[in-house]
Ligand binder design. Structure first.
Ligand SMILES: [Zn+2]
Length: 320
C-alpha cells in the first residue's frame, strides 16, 4: 500500500530524512492550515447521522533532534464506502487515490506533498479515539510511522442546551501483544495548532464546492441503487400494481430531502469562507494601496529634488 505521493521527489525527500534521523514516529505536534481546518469542520458538520472521513495531505518536518511536526495543507475527500453511523473505513483504493492526488498537487505547486494522516467526525460523542480508531491508527503507523489522526467531535449538546465542537490529534503506541497475536495499541494525544494558509495550500471556498460535489455524487448513487432495487422487487408483481410508483415516489422524496439537507449544511460555511476570503483580499488591497501611495510619494520627491538640482544647471547652460 502506498501512502506517499509527491512522486520521485517526495520519495527522495522522505528517504533523506530517514537516513540520519532519530525520529521514532512519535510527532511532537501537528500544524493544520486555517483553510484546511475550516474545511474539515464544515465537512464534519454536514451530517449528524454518520461519521465522515478524509485524508490529510502535507509533509512531516524533523528538527534533526528526534522531534517532528506534521504540517497539513491539503485534504483529500473520500466517498464513503461504508455508511454505518459509528464507523469509518479507508480502503486501499482510497489511499491510492489520495496518494495520486498528492503527487498531482506536488507537480502543480512544486511543494512536496504526501498523505500524512486521516481525519473523521464523531457526531454526538467525545472527540477521543475509540478502540477501533486506535487500532486503525496503529495499523496506519505500521505502514508510515509518522501518520497522524484528527477527530472532530460535533453536535454534542451540553446541559445548558448549547452545542460543543472539539478536536483532537492522536497517534497510537504499540504495546507488546500476548502470545504473538496481532499488535495491541494505546492512544497518544498530539497537540494541534492552526497556521495561516501558505502558498500551495488548500483554499476553503474551492474545496467546499468540491466537497459538495462528492456528497451529491454519493447521494445520486444511493438514489440510483434504491430505484434499481424497487425495479427489481416489483418486476414480477401484478401489472396494475402501484408498488413501483409508490417506491419511486418514496425514494424520490427522500432524495430531494437529502439534497436540500446538503445545501442547507454546505452553503453557510461556503458563504462564511467566501466572506473571510473577501476580507483577506480587502486587507491585501489596502496594504498594496498604501505601498503604492508610498512609492508615488517617493517618486514625486525624487522628481522635485531632481528639478531643484537641474534648475541651476539649465540656468548655467543658458547663453543669457
Ligand atoms: Zn472514531
Amino acid at each position: 500500500m502506498v501512502l506517499g505521493g509527491g512522486g520521485a521527489k517526495g520519495a527522495q525527500s522522505w528517504r533523506g530524512r530517514m537516513e540520519g534521523a532519530a525520529f521514532d514516529g512519535m510527532l511532537s505536534s501537528v500544524e493544520v492550515s486555517r483553510d484546511v481546518m475550516q474545511t474539515c469542520l464544515a465537512h464534519a458538520l454536514t451530517t449528524e447521522r454518520e461519521e465522515v472521513m478524509g485524508l490529510l495531505l502535507g509533509d512531516i518536518e524533523e528538527d534533526g533532534q528526534g522531534a517532528a511536526v506534521a504540517r497539513v495543507w491539503r485534504l483529500s475527500f473520500q466517498r464513503r464506502v461504508d455508511r454505518r453511523p459509528d464507523r469509518v473505513e479507508i480502503s486501499p483504493e482510497q489511499l491510492a487515490a489520495a496518494a495520486e492526488e498528492a503527487a498531482r498537487w506536488t507537480e502543480e505547486t512544486r511543494r512536496v506533498t504526501r498523505v500524512i494522516g486521516w481525519y473523521h467526525s464523531h457526531p454526538h460523542i467525545t472527540a477521543l479515539p475509540s478502540h477501533v480508531d486506535v487500532q486503525t491508527q496503529g495499523n496506519f503507523q505500521l505502514l508510515d510511522r509518522g501518520f497522524i489522526g484528527l477527530i472532530f467531535s460535533v453536535f454534542s449538546s451540553l446541559p445548558d442546551s448549547t452545542s460543543r465542537m472539539q478536536m483532537v490529534g492522536f497517534q497510537s503506541v504499540s504495546a507488546p501483544s500476548a502470545g504473538g497475536g496481532p499488535p495491541v495499541f494505546s492512544q497518544r494525544l498530539v497537540p494541534v495548532s492552526v497556521a495561516e494558509t501558505a502558498e500551495g495550500g488548500d483554499r476553503a471556498p474551492t474545496r467546499l464546492v468540491e466537497l459538495q460535489r462528492v456528497q451529491l455524487a454519493e447521494e445520486r448513487e444511493a438514489y440510483a441503487e434504491a430505484l434499481a432495487a424497487v425495479a427489481s422487487a416489483t418486476a414480477d408483481g401484478p401489472p396494475d400494481s402501484r408498488a413501483a410508483d409508490l417506491g419511486i415516489a418514496f425514494h424520490s422524496a427522500i432524495y430531494q430531502k437529502v439534497l436540500c439537507g446538503i445545501l442547507a449544511h454546505s452553503l453557510p460555511p461556503l458563504a462564511q469562507a467566501l466572506h473571510d476570503r473577501k476580507q483577506h483580499h480587502a486587507r491585501e488591497i489596502a496594504a498594496l494601496e498604501a505601498e503604492l501611495a508610498d512609492c508615488e510619494l517617493a517618486e514625486a520627491e525624487m522628481r522635485l529634488s531632481g528639478a531643484a538640482i537641474s534648475v541651476p544647471a539649465q540656468q548655467a547652460a543658458a547663453p543669457y
